[in-house]
Ligand binder design. Structure first.
Ligand code: ZN
Length: 215
């Protein structure tokens, strides 16, 4: 049974959270309360992110894409990791709770990504409306993931899963991982819960260890 890589986008491929950066730039005052409620978990991610994007005028689409391309930095070593995965014949998937309209332009600078799973935005109205494309399947114990990363992984067939993530939104993904690379808040969580994991700072750290862990 071969391996696949399931890699988060926000705060993992990017060095900081893209959605938070977008809100701080385009809806700094109005987004504050909703961001706080997502972080203290009194609002689900799905409800919270829907509310946040609904603050944004659809006419701002291009400005947001340009802002993200200019302001958001990529964690070092990303293309090197993609190359390494190709060399080892491991398909590399991006699985994100974010939106295609700002993720795809960033990822178009890179080669070797098998597919990008993310959400759509309806731009037909005055405000942006998030279309959640990947609800939880029957197996997911959460039932309220927003974007259900383990459900997406299950649609990819039976493989051993190498998961890469940074945050609480990757906890359910971490649970279906055979090998788990963590950074930031996901490292803290894995330590607290005694979940086997390999911490990383840059993608070069993963490049160095990938061949060893899949052997
Ligand atoms: Zn789920």
């Amino acid at each position: 049974m071969g391996y696949i890589i399931a890699c988060d986008f926000d705060g993992t491929v990017t060095a900081s959270d893209t959605i938070i950066a977008i809100m701080q730039r385009f809806a700094p005052t109005d987004s504050q309360a909703t961001l706080s409620r997502i972080l203290d978990r009194t609002l689900s991610i799905q409800e919270g992110v829907t509310t946040l994007f609904n603050l944004l005028d659809t006419s701002k689409r291009q400005a947001i894409v340009e802002f993200v391309r200019q302001e958001v930095s990529i964690r070092p070593g990303f293309q090197t990791l993609l190359d390494k995965a190709q060399e080892l014949d491991i398909p590399f998937y991006i699985i994100s709770g974010g939106m295609h309209f700002f993720i795809d332009p960033i990822l178009s600078d890179f080669t070797g990504i098998e597919a990008v799973y993310a959400n759509n935005v309806d731009f037909s109205g005055e405000k942006m409306l998030v279309e959640w494309r990947y609800p939880c399947d029957d197996v997911c114990a959460s039932g309220e993931c927003g974007t259900c990363k383990p459900s997406i992984v299950r649609t990819l067939g039976s493989h051993q899963v190498i998961a890469i993530g940074d945050s609480v939104t990757d906890i359910r993904l971490a649970e279906v991982a055979d090998i788990l690379f963590t950074t930031d808040k996901l490292t803290t969580y894995a330590e607290a819960e005694a979940i086997p994991h390999i911490p990383f700072q840059t993608f070069y750290d993963i490049v160095e260890q990938l061949e060893e862990v899949v052997r």
